[in-house]
Design a protein. Structure first.
Length: 174
């Protein structure tokens, strides 16, 4: 089983989540490739896909949206899982997270088996070198709470459930 884990990440939190998901699926015996959603490489050699994007102002990362839309035909013919990251601060653990505005359309487009939302992390030291626009950087540096709200056991359990669907004999985390 050859699995692509693709991600769109401005500041690295979503990339780290994608990396942990890739490692968990790989540990179950799949051949896993981890790469940025913006990569121009073809997707035809993959048997399954996990695509993640950071959520910013209620929208999924533009690279993740473009990846799903640009490869919709190939993805719709294979198993696909989607994840979002980004609830921060009080919303990271206590409030009900809301899916990005595009998500219901993307789930339908590729017949995704699941869409998970994971709390994210935010470190202001990554803002200046990011691709965020000038206004976004201003807001990020002054108004977004700093911290790490990622729940690694939950993220890894989700990845192991994916592996159990894809790899015969995978036992995953119980």
């Amino acid at each position: 089983m050859n699995v692509l884990v693709a991600f769109g990440s401005h500041l690295g939190s979503t990339e780290a989540i994608a990396g942990r998901i890739a490692a968990a699926i790989r540990a179950e015996g799949a051949d896993v490739t981890l790469r940025a959603a913006a990569s121009p490489e073809p997707v035809d050699r993959f048997d399954a896909f996990v695509v993640g994007g950071g959520t910013y102002a209620g929208k999924w990362h533009a690279d993740a949206v473009a990846f799903v839309r640009n490869h919709a035909e190939a993805l719709a013919a294979k198993p696909v899982w989607l994840f979002s990251s980004g609830p921060l601060g009080a919303t990271g653990g206590s409030a009900e997270p809301h899916p990005p505005s595009e998500m219901s359309d993307l789930v339908r487009l590729v017949h995704a088996r699941d869409h998970a939302i994971f709390a994210g992390a935010y470190d202001r030291s990554h803002v200046d070198e990011s691709e965020l626009g000038r206004l976004e950087k201003f807001v990020a540096k002054r108004f977004i709470p700093e911290g790490d709200w990622r729940d690694w056991p939950t993220i890894e359990a989700w990845a192991h459930r994916i592996a159990r669907d894809l790899v015969p004999g995978a036992i995953g985390a119980l």
